[in-house]
Write a protein that binds this ligand. Structure first.
Ligand code: BTN
Length: 243
């Protein structure tokens, strides 16, 4: 584990380390107290008050995993984070597809996975995880955030949480390595936010009511509209509309 005080982004740091130095061992974790250019999904930034939260990146080498199955890595990481947090926070915790950590209707954390592909294989995967832990005030531009402290009304030890998350990700990753794909896919489905509930979505410029019924093996979201037609969506193609 490498702990640094300040960095642009732990994902960028770990990617550069992998690209520029001698082989970096699988399981290497880079943790930062503060990121000045934290990155989120879809070109978003990631805000985190220095010293208050978990912002770290983990290196995996899932060369055994076909590129077409790369969503299984998203599942495994989401399940690991979920299993670490669920004993602390209870089952109000959900994973908002594809990999946001939600508590009720608020976002507690996010995951940014950056894969380095080689042919049909995933050579290296940089798994960036940000969890809001002890921050209690969030800026106006992140209105939907929640933290563990806001939920429990007390601080939680960052190092302890980091090791709980890494241990749980490892356990799920070993299941993936052992070929227990069906189990992993079902377990992910079981913790999905809005599964089997009717809600409003926005896709292709229009708003519609639908129900998430399942996921394709490759991670596409299946939403049944009110004409009972099952539609498939890629990440970026659909927006969840909270009331
Ligand atoms: C998202 O929900 O948009 C993903 C957020 C991922 C944030 C983490 S914090 C540690 C790692 N380094 C980054 O720059 N981003 C990820």
């Amino acid at each position: 584990m490498i702990s640094i005080k300040e960095v642009d982004s732990t994902n960028t740091f770990l990617k550069n380390l992998v690209a520029n130095s001698k082989p970096v061992p699988e399981g290497t974790v880079i943790m930062a107290e503060s990121q000045y250019a934290g990155r989120g999904q879809q070109q978003n930034g990631w805000h985190s008050e220095p010293g208050k939260n978990l912002t770290f990146s983990l290196l995996l080498n899932p060369a055994f995993l076909a590129v077409t199955d790369q969503f299984d890595l998203t599942r495994v990481v989401s399940l690991g984070v979920y299993d670490a947090l669920e004993p602390i926070l209870g089952n109000n915790l959900k994973i908002k597809w594809p990999n946001d950590i939600y508590y009720g209707d608020k976002k507690l954390g996010g995951i940014l996975i950056e894969n380095l592909l080689q042919g049909n294989q995933i050579k290296q995967s940089v798994i960036g995880i940000g969890i809001n832990v002890n921050q209690v005030v969030f800026p106006d531009w992140v209105p939907n955030a929640a933290s563990i402290n806001q939920i429990l009304q007390q601080d939680y030890d960052l190092q302890l949480l980091l090791s709980q998350i890494c241990n749980n990700i490892e356990a799920w990753y070993l299941k993936l390595k052992a070929g227990k794909t069906a189990l992993i896919r079902q377990a992910y489905l079981n913790i999905m936010y809005w599964l089997n509930q009717q809600h409003a979505f926005k896709a292709g410029g229009s708003i519609f009511n639908g129900t998430i019924t399942s996921l394709k093996n490759n991670g596409l979201l299946i939403v049944k509209n009110n004409k009972e037609v099952e539609l498939e969506f890629n990440f970026k193609e659909i927006e969840f509309l909270n009331k």
